[in-house]
Design a protein around this ligand. Sequence first.
Ligand SMILES: [Zn+2]
Length: 392
Amino acid sequence: MGSFVIENVRAVASDRVIPDAAVAVEDGLIAGVGKTGELRADRTVDGEGLYLSPGFIDVHLHGGGGADFMDADPASVRTALSAHMAHGTTTAVPTTLCAEDEELSAVFDSVTEFRRSEDAARLPRVPGVHLEGPFISPAQAGAQDPKYIKTPSPAAWRDVLRRAHGELLIWTVAPELEGAAAMCCELSGEGIVFSAGHSDATFDEAAAAYDAGYTMATHLYSSMSTIVRVRGERVPGLLEASLLRDDVVCEVIADGRHLPIPLLRLIMKTKGPDRVVLVTDAMRGAGMPDGEYILGSRKRGQRVLVFDGIAHMPDGISFAGSVATADRLVRVMTKDAGVPLHDAVRMMTKNPASAIGLADRGTLEAGKLADLVLFDGDVNVKSVYIGGEKTV
Ligand SMILES: [Zn+2]
């Protein structure tokens, strides 16, 4: 494919924005970062003064563009990935809901099949699947259908692993469930990232889980226990344990609707820019007009309504996932929560890459994958590169 240099950009490094920068690409990898005019290659692309950052990495998304990963067919995987790619996502971890065993098997199979297909190279990379359930607390089910919730007996989790045939990357589990601790102990050496969520754990139960090998918290504040009063005493929950522990990385749905701006600022103040991972938690309505959509699979999902920039459950009381895309998260964090651009981008690139153990992407450094995004001052995505190929 030859080499090229994108010049005249503001390069978003993990600790600063470098003005008048250039990024060289060769054989699908970043070959160097320097000043405009400094780097040599076969051809030059004018970045027109736009920001250039690593491609966005979304470790928690259910769908977009009208498709849900629970549809369990490679065409839906393509549709959802392509909707998010238009907004800067270059690595995505398709996320499931609690469902029938056969449905989960079909989701894993569809991801494997998609990855083997020819057009996979021109769409966001899919390093594995994020299983959100089925071992969650009925008391914190959120928008998940409680009839598919299970207890993590060894037979039950071994069955899930068999169905996943190596595709399981992140597992959201309620750590207080009987059997959950033993499961994490047995599996955390297998390259599965355990994330505490949809959980009613007390602070002590949450702390024990983090000691036992859980490294992430799933969508902080949403579907997780917080302070309750027991005979007058305040008992903190998973939320407080996740905020307090420096060794825990927290997913944050920064669409500006799930969490009000003061809470985003509070999270930044307690966790800092190294331990936050921005996630969309997007459902199939992301990148689509307002209207009625199905949350989950077309066959067995639930009817939800999208308006005002979010998906609502029909009861009107709770949210049913977001319709955000990665660019919106970066925009909300910078424009509304007052976070420096390089930090907001880091939470959408480097942090998620390291949270799931992908050392080959997420920063603008020589040798990393040339997954790149060009965007303007309002984080409107103008171009996307995956492995050095322009895909948007
Ligand atoms: Zn989710």
